[in-house]
Design a protein around this ligand. Structure first.
Ligand SMILES: Nc1nc2c(c(=O)[nH]1)N[C@H]1C(S)=C(S)[C@@H](COP(=O)(O)O)O[C@H]1N2
Ligand SMILES: [Mo]
Length: 253
């Protein structure tokens, strides 16, 4: 390791090294090499602890009557192609979520099985960089449960969400470090305002990652991949807009 470590790699290794338990920070902070890399010296425990606490904080949640009258759609409103058209025709009965990459137990999970898992509901505000916001209620399975079920390998640093739509032939995707992937409000949602997720909003499965901006909330998700590096994934910058327009990879609040 060198002091050239990027913030992205650093946060990735913090999450993995600590097992996301704050108590794990002590062990990490006591590692002299890690302390040297950070340049924090004796303050390392405190600095790492504070960063993790900040990153795990919840996004604001709202009351049901604060919801926006409509939740508009942006980006892809209808994925192109026969495969997705067939899924619409069969009401997404045969949709599956692949969980693979650096996991101990790769799996293909049918949508019905996801819907039967413990779900989280949250009323949050979505902020699009194009200048609009809307408040809505989302219901879905915490991504943490899926990753725990598949068992991340120790080399895993990032989680990539692959989508069923493409822009000019380039598939949409997004990625996160383990802190955001395991965040309690990071869910794969199938309900919007208590009804089935509409096609324009990412049916049948879309990500909510409430501490980040709109473009990070991948719609039409059909695969979750655990990787050690983002370098080999499409343009290598960690997401569709990151690759194509230089958007920030970390779009956190
Ligand atoms: N697969 C996919 N996910 C996507 C997009 C997209 O075009 N394709 N657009 C992003 C952008 S810029 C925003 S603001 C939100 C919009 O979500 P909505 O259509 O439910 O409003 O989805 C994000 N996720
Ligand atoms: Mo957006």
């Amino acid at each position: 390791m060198t002091t050239m470590l990027s913030r992205r790699a650093l946060v990735g290794s913090m999450a993995a090294g600590s097992g996301l338990l704050l108590s794990g920070c002590d062990a990490l902070g006591n590692n002299s090499q890690f302390r040297e890399v950070l340049g924090f010296g004796e303050d390392a425990n405190y600095a790492i602890h504070r960063t993790l606490v900040d990153r795990m904080a919840l996004a604001k949640e709202f009351a049901p009557n604060q919801r926006s009258p409509i939740f508009r759609a942006n980006g892809t409103r209808l994925p192109v192609g026969d495969v997705y058209a067939r899924h619409i025709a069969t009401e997404f009965r045969d949709w599956t979520l692949v969980i693979d990459g650096l996991v101990a137990r790769p799996q293909i999970v049918p949508i019905n099985q996801l819907r039967a898992m413990p779900a989280r509901q949250q009323i949050t505000r979505h902020d699009c960089v194009e200048g609009w916001s809307a408040i809505a209620k989302w219901t879905g399975v915490p991504v943490k449960l899926l990753l725990d079920g598949a068992g991340l390998k120790p080399e895993a640093r990032f989680i990539v969400f692959h989508c069923a739509d493409a822009n000019d032939g380039t598939p949409y995707y997004e990625s996160f470090d383990l802190i955001d992937a395991f965040h309690p409000q990071t869910i794969l949602a199938w309900h919007l305002n208590d009804g089935p997720l509409p096609v324009q909003n990412g049916a049948p499965l879309r990500l909510r990652v409430e501490r980040q901006l709109g473009y990070k909330h991948a719609k039409y998700v059909n695969r979750i991949e655990a990787v050690a590096s983002l370098a080999g994934i499409y343009g290598g910058k960690g997401g569709f807009w990151e690759d194509s327009a230089g958007y920030e990879w970390y779009a956190g609040a």
